[in-house]
Design a protein around this ligand. Sequence first.
Ligand code: FE2
Ligand code: FE2
Length: 222
Amino acid sequence: MLGRFSSCRLVLRGRPLWRYRSNETRIEPEEWESVERSKRRENGGSDGVDRALLCRIIRVDHAGEYGADRLYAGQSAVLGRGPVGPIIQKMWDEEKAHLQTFEELMVRHRVRPTALLPIWNVAGFLVGAGTALLGKEGAMACTVAVEEVISDHYNNQIRTLMEQNPQHYTELLQVLKKFRDDEMEHHDTGLEHDAEQAPGYAVLKTTIQLGCKAAIYLSERI
Ligand SMILES: [Fe+2]
Ligand SMILES: [Fe+2]
């Protein structure tokens, strides 16, 4: 259903992908046995966890938080020294914490990252910086657009896990709910700082949201 790219088997076969960040993500030979056990639990094992679903959620959320980190980096590069600099910095710091959490979850659950990270690196920064060049309102319009999509995305994942069996995903559900709340707060911060005054707000918002949805679709699969 999810295609060959979503299989956690790639954790072993695609070992080089693990090295994208640091040595701490390498799978040493002595760990292979536990990875093999994880493989056997794919698509629902004795512990009741749907490994394919878990991998897909962690992978796409890591990609999203990675893109958000780059987006706020772009905004900060343009507006960091202005009056909204501290506001952007606060949201950026929270995105960094989100990203770190998903990096840790990826290592612990042996989930490979999306192959599209280099694209989200560049695209996130360019969208952040580009909208910030429209002024404070442009940056905040971007924040509203992105955070609205991400909040909905987290809500959809929470709903899916609740329908499966919340007891099997206690930790992940806590993370998703906390981050959903943070993203909604970012969304509200954007509105409070004149997002709707941005030039071409409606078109800008729709365009960014289409891009976000495409990024989510691709990151779940590649
Ligand atoms: Fe986030
Ligand atoms: Fe956010």
